[in-house]
Design a protein around this ligand. Structure first.
Ligand code: SF4
Length: 217
């Protein structure tokens, strides 16, 4: 199988798996750029289930940037304490809301690079927002995405560089509808290709996975 064929195959199999096994998180159906961006900040360094648990109450209370801007910081911290890192996370939300209101007249800028002016917002959040909110074909990864990329496509004993992960994502992502590949990998990493004891016997891409082939050679 050619290298190109392998990426096409993995993409198709993963998307097929996702149709029946996706996690039904409310933010995946949201069309609100505000909600999509704030959710990516909430999702940093916590598990998605924690965000799911507070999602409805949070956005009922904080339905736009002015609500966060005007909120008492202690109350905001309390409302997100279930996610962990609540002091740091609340400061990011406050700083972001302040910037949007004072520098951008309350309008969320369509340039994700601007978001990185906020201390605590880096490539992952800005690029995930650009992908899920603005439909830009951006590259970003968390531990689940990195683990999947390394196991399937890369030698297991090499420390992956950011550029390598981005190159692999560039080959794996389709030209359109790329967000579904990201969601599929995230859910696949949670349900099948977990950090400990991956369920390789249930895995639909095991035939092409370097980790699996090496473990069974
Ligand atoms: Fe992950 Fe195992 Fe599947 Fe490879 S074969 S992608 S390690 S679950």
């Amino acid at each position: 199988m050619s290298s190109e064929d392998k990426y096409t195959l993995v993409r198709e199999v993963i998307l097929d798996w996702y149709k029946d096994n996706n996690r039904d998180f409310p933010w995946r159906a949201s069309k609100s750029l505000y909600q999509i961006l704030i959710t990516e900040i909430l999702l940093q360094k916590t598990i998605a289930l924690n965000v799911s648990n507070i999602y409805s109450d949070f956005f009922s209370k904080y339905d736009d940037f002015p609500k966060i801007y005007k909120a008492n910081i202690t109350n905001l911290q309390s409302d997100i304490k279930g996610l962990g890192l609540s002091n740091k996370r609340a400061k990011i939300l406050k700083d972001l809301s302040k910037m949007i209101i004072t520098d951008y007249n309350g309008e969320l800028p369509q340039d994700p690079e601007i978001l990185k002016k906020i201390n605590g917002i880096a490539d992952y959040v800005s690029n995930a927002f650009a992908c899920f909110g603005l439909n830009h074909r951006t590259f970003f990864y968390d531990v689940n995405i990195k683990r999947f990329i390394q196991r399937v496509f890369e030698p297991q004993d090499v420390k992956l560089k950011i550029e390598t992960i981005y190159t692999e994502l560039d080959k794996l992502l389709p030209k359109t509808d790329f967000k579904y590949v990201y969601w599929a990998i995230l859910d696949f990493g949670y349900k099948i290709c977990s950090k400990n004891n991956p369920k390789c016997d249930l895995c639909p891409v095991s035939d092409t996975c370097l980790y699996f082939l090496k473990s069974n050679s």
